[in-house]
Ligand binder design. Structure first.
Ligand SMILES: [Zn+2]
Length: 272
């Protein structure tokens, strides 16, 4: 356990250093080649943001989107892997997760009882396709609800907005901050965060306010947003105020596979 923690701390320090360098370099480089070893982390963020916007606006075919996504993910993974501080095999990753300190519960002041359903059955992974915005019906996510009866994004118990916290440490890949009522986009103001240790993506949707920027490194438990009701369905009166939390495990081919975060949420560290 000691070794894992040490490894993790070294890794965090390294990422901060890499990021500090990348952002400076990014401003002087205009375009990136997906396969280039010179691609900075910040450029991967830009590529992801552009790609996800194209998917949402359906200006890219699902096949092309799949290819671009895979290239970005494999590039990102290589960038972090070359640091040699990332656990390289799944046994090491599993032991990290089992520490019980790896994940933070993503809502401050709430516990696992706020998770929709009684045993996390709100998760329906079948039929999900990240690359085809027209495909509907699946819900490869957990919804976590707060007490907000008058739907004003203010917690009825505290009189304050509800803080959304990063479940694990990672790189903020992309954000949306321009959602407005009437927009048909379902995620509202969302955040995508890449966790290089798990090699996966966390997606936090329906925020009222986004407090992070692409290229930023966040720690587990760090505030990244305030909960809201943004998103086509989330804005409707029939929808109680909640966080939509999705995790996509990146496969060896660079493509995403949704994974149920319920067991992670049950053991996550709570924040008051
Ligand atoms: Zn949801």
């Amino acid at each position: 356990m000691k070794i894992d923690l040490l490894l993790f701390m070294r890794f965090v320090g390294l990422v901060v250093a890499v990021l500090a360098g990348s952002v400076n370099v990014a401003s002087s480089q205009i375009m990136a080649d997906y396969s280039s070893e010179d691609t900075t982390l910040y450029e991967y963020c830009s590529q992801y943001q552009i790609l996800y916007t194209k998917i949402r606006e359906q200006t890219i075919t699902p096949d092309s989107a799949r290819q671009e996504f895979s290239a970005i993910m494999r590039g990102l993974q290589n960038r972090f892997r070359s640091s040699e501080t990332i656990p390289s095999d799944s046994a090491q990753r599993d032991s990290l997760r089992r520490l019980g300190t790896y994940f933070s519960f993503p809502i401050r002041g709430y516990t696992t009882s706020a998770i929709g359903g009684s045993h996390g059955e709100g998760y329906r992974g079948n039929g999900f396709d990240l690359f085809d915005y027209a495909v509907r019906g699946s819900h490869p996510a957990q919804d976590i609800f707060v007490v907000d009866r008058n739907q004003d994004n203010i917690d009825d118990k505290t009189g304050q907005p509800v803080d959304i916290l990063a479940m694990s440490s990672g790189l903020v890949l992309a954000i949306e901050t321009d959602w407005h009522p009437g927009s048909e986009y379902r995620g509202g103001n969302w955040i995508w965060i890449y966790d290089p240790i798990l090699n996966g993506l966390f997606y936090y949707a329906h925020n009222n306010q986004v407090d992070v920027r692409p290229g930023q490194w966040v720690q587990a438990g760090q505030k990244i947003a305030e909960m809201g009701r943004s998103g086509y369905n989330a804005y409707k009166a029939r929808s109680p105020t909640h966080l939509h939390l999705m995790y996509l495990q990146i496969q060896p081919d660079g493509l995403p596979q949704p994974l149920n975060t319920y067991s992670w949420l049950l053991t996550a560290k709570l924040s008051k």
